[in-house]
Every structure is written in C-alpha cells, then in structure tokens.
Design a protein around this ligand. Sequence first.
Ligand code: PRX
Length: 649
Amino acid sequence: MSEQTLSNLMHEDRRFEPPTDLAADANVKEEAYARADSDREAFWAAAADRLEWGQKWDQVLDWSNPPFAKWFVGGTINASVNCVDRHVAAGNGDKVALHWIGEPEDDTRDITYAQLKDEVSKAANALTELGVQKGDRVAIYMPMIPEVVVAMLACARIGAPHTVVFGGFSADALASRITDCGAKVVITADGGYRRGAPSALKPAVDEAVTKLEDDELARKVLVVRRTGQDVDWDDDRDVWWHEAVDNASADHEPELHDAEHPLFVMYTSGSTGKPKGILHTTGGYLTGTSFTHWEVFDLKDDDVYWCTADVGWITGHSYMVYGPLANGATQVMFEGTPEKGRWWQIVQDYKVTLFYTAPTAIRTFMKQGREIPDGYDMSSLRLLGSVGEPINPEAYVWYREVIGGDRCPVVDTWWQTETGQIMISPLPGVTAGKPGSAMKALPGIAADVVDDDAKSVGNGNGGYLVLKEPWPAMLRTLWGDDQRFKDTYWSRWKGLYFAGDGAKLDDDGDIWLLGRVDDVMNVSGHRLSTTEIESALVSHPKVAEAAVVGAADETTGQAVCAFVILRDSAGDGGEDIVEELRKHVAKEIGAIAKPRQIMVVAELPKTRSGKIMRRLLKDVAEDREVGDVTTLADSTVMDLIKSRSTGAS
Ligand code: PRX
C-alpha cells in the first residue's frame, strides 16, 4: 500500500458503533483493557482458569531467560481433554461439535462432542499401537475432513506434536518438513475433493517418502479412505485408518502434559529460503486461542461458528480446531472452496451466526456481484471476522453491508503463525470500527509502532509494528534452531518482538497495518517467501538467476511476479518457457506459489555490491514509473527490463 493510498485511507471517517444488544451482553467489556494493564499476568491467569488443568501452575510467566518464555510453569494440562472430554463430562456430549460439509453436495456429517471424544480416543489408541510415543512428531497431510481434526487431537492427547502440512503443498515441501521435524508417522488420505473432482494426496506422500534419507522417518503412513481412488500400497508401511482406528478401543486414559509440552510445529515462510518451524506449546497456546476466540467473536452457547480457513494454516489450528473446540462451540467445517453461492447456502442452511474469512475471498465475491449473496437468507449472522491481510475499506464496507446486512460488526484481526492468537482487533461490543483499521491491541497485549531507533512514532505516524510484552500463545522457538529464533524476531531491537509488518497510528492512536517490510509476500492471505520461490526457479536447469517480487493484485492482495535470466545453454528457453517454469515452481513448492507472471530478462538490477534491487522490479511489475536508479551498478539495466516488459504479462 503506498503512502498516498494510506493517507487517503486514514481520512476514512465512517465509524460503525457496536450493536446495542451485543454491547450490553458482550463477553468482554471496556474495563478489560484497564484490568489487563494493571496486572497483565493476573489477566492471563484468569483466562487460563477457563480451562481444565490437572496440576495448577506455580508461576504464570517465567521471563527470566528472554526471549524464551514459559507460561503457566508447573501446570499440567491435556489439550484434547479440554477440547472434548470436559464438554462431555459437563453434560454437553450431545452438542454438535462439527457440522461437516463435504464438497460433493449431500455429503454431510454432524459430529457431537461425545462422538468426537470416541473418535479421538480410538485414534490415540491406534497411534500408540503404531508405535507413536509422547514426544514423537507426526506429520498430517490431509483434506478438510473430520479425520484431520481427530488426528490432531489424538496427537495432542498422547503428547506427540503434530505438523500439519497444507494439502496444496508439493511432495518436496512435505519431505522437507518431515525431515526438519523428524516425523516418524504421516497421516494422510487417498485424496480429497477439489472443485468437483477427486484430487489425490497419497501419491505425494509416496513420493515424499522416497526422498527421505533416514529410515526412522515416516515409518508408518496412516491413510484415510476418502475418495476411494486407487492408491499404491506398501504393506510394511501403509495402514488404512478404517482398519487401525475403527477397530481400536474408544477408551483412552489421557495423560496430563506439562504446560510447556510441545503441541505442534507449523512451518511458515520467512525471508530466507528455508521454511521456519514455529513451535507452539500446550498451556499458553490453548489459553490464548480459547480466550481470544470467546472474546473477539463474542461466542455464546448457541452460536454456530464458521471459519473458512484450511486446517493446514495457523488460522485453521487456532480458530477452527483448538480455540473453538476448547470453548465447546458448534461449528461448520467445509471441504470445498468458495464456489459462487455455496458458502451463502451453507450460512442459510446451518444458520451460521459467526463467520470468519479472508479479504481475498470477500474481494472475489464483490467482483461476482451482490446478486449472488442477496439470493440467500443470512439473517442468522451476527458478527463477521477478517484475517490474513489488510482489508481495504471498500471490501470491509461491502462485507458489512452485503453479507452482514448492515447490522453485523466486522472484526479485522491481525496476528501471525508466530503469535498463535489474535493480537490486534476491535472488541465487537466495545469498539466503534473504522473500515480498514485493525484498531487496538487486545487487552493483555502490548503493541506499538516504532521508528528505526525503537522509539514510539506517536499518533499520526508510521513505522514498524512491534510487540513489547510476552503473551501466552507466543511461539516458543523455531524447531531445532534457537539461534534463528532470536535472530529473526528479537535481534533488531533489544526486548522487542519485531513482527515484520509496517503499520501506522492514526490521530486517535488506532493501528493501520501496511503489509510486510521484509521479503515475505502475502498472496490470498498465504505467506510466501520471495527467496524460496527464487530458489525453486534457480533449481530449474534452464535458469541462471531469478528475482521474485510481490506485486499488488486486486483480488489476491499480492501476486508473485518473477524475473529470470536463462542460462546461455537454454537459448531463448523455447516457446513454453513461462509455463514450464510456472509448473516447476508448483512442483517444488505447491500450486499456491506459482508466479502470476514470469519475465525472461537479460539482466537484473543490482547494486554495486551485487544486491538485487527488488524495489525497482516491483515498480515494473506494478506498472509504475521506475524509481531512483542511481545506486545501480549499471543504470541502463532498468531501461532494458522496461522495454522487455511492455506487453509481456
Ligand atoms: O503481514 C501480516 C498479515 O499476515 C502475516 C502473517 O501471516 P501468517 O503467519 O500466514 O498468518 C496469517 C493468519 C493469521 C502478518 O505478518 N496479516 C495477518 N492478518 C492481518 C494481516 N495484515 C493486515 N491485517 C490483518 N488483519
């Protein structure tokens, strides 16, 4: 977002007051800010008290060895007990946990908390039978079917940290994650449904397994039969879920784990090529996610909540699995992608009250026109959420008016894989929302916008977004790499967590997010690293050098644009070079990383020290006047690229 657009935005003077009824009965009221400020630890201890613990903690926070935090020290807890058993024990076993909706029409299942408890217990027994022990890692590579939730909770139950790999990632990406976290077992499915057709998953696992260098990795692969498509089978390694899990006992005595026991590792892109394994632990993560889910969505007992994220991303972990289930919520889980009216049909049929999605989806629906959602009765909705990227005021207002019938507050929630929980958001019963602003840090969270010298910029100014105090669901480290954890997040300014985002404070002190200031792109709310895509391109035999930038895109927020120099031996690369390279990136990383545009160029703009000036390439990709070229080693390079790019998209 340019400075110019931003200053236009900040003159946005529409305000949306909380609905009176919601405000009167809100789970969290204005006093919470002051209460948290006066005693942050007591505030989070009260949030933790909403959960069921074995041993209570002796100390809320141990911050004696920053940046390595320990929350609820000495406490013991089991995440799966909190997500299922305790609701059954409280007499809510018949409450629906998941209204699961498959992509093929009429393929639906309602799963109660009692049924979920049985399934999780069976899966925990089956995993133990397969040799999974507390502390062992399990990789999960699955479509959006109930078994993925069961698998995650079963891992949590036995204390085996899971790493869920998004089903759209390639075999290579899966193999590198299995290797990095040392996963002994993989849980997958034959396939899932995508846009009306079965789409295979097991072959990618088979291929990933061939790339593993250690026999201890992926010793067993547990396979759910979802589509019924033919799969290759290795009798020593592969096990059908319906044989192992369905025949297991539904009695499983859960062990209580230490509050700091690893719950899961989620890989995300950083500004260097290698994905980072973000480690979340049990007690603090569950406290942060369940509390904020109840707070920000104002969850009530009879709500029907729907988060449209895939479980392969952090939003699926925090606000589809752990937060809502720990709160005993009823939710919708949908296997499919947003096809025209299907989402609104689901809202109508299941009387969804709380809805959480990403701006990219909203912008897509805007383009298709309001006639589609207008054809459905969505009067059940009472609150709308947005996550993953900045929401432009136009999309915010459309979302509020067309989907929310001009009565539902919109909560724009800023957070990250690393933060685990929502950090900056309006409180729906308190805040008068401004379209385009995520507003304020939630109670108990300390955020600020600072300049290069770590000084607060003050109202009306822009700078870097930082977090000043630890919070319960914060990442604890990067899997196996404490040093990289320190260097990446804590080294820029002493004692401050740097999120990688730019932000501005308006005259009221409200926060406007401006996107990443590092080499991380945000495409449809998914994080991609420029360096990772560059490495994928350079691994192609015809490519000598590559530079990737995220260019503004009306629908996806940003789009991947690549500039490549071919090897001499490749000549002009051949007619299909662009398509060939796009496919190569999809194979190396996954379809989400496919460049929208690839330009074959003779040179890349470099400084005298050899650093690629991506800023200039971004100007080309966004079709702007090219900025200052005086630091280039050869200032004519940009003319060449410009002339090459004319009409090249
Ligand atoms: O740049 C911010 C953007 O997404 C990044 C985090 O990406 P990821 O770890 O994949 O998590 C996405 C889901 C929580 C942030 O550094 N981002 C996320 N939410 C917002 C946002 N940017 C602006 N407004 C938001 N509400």
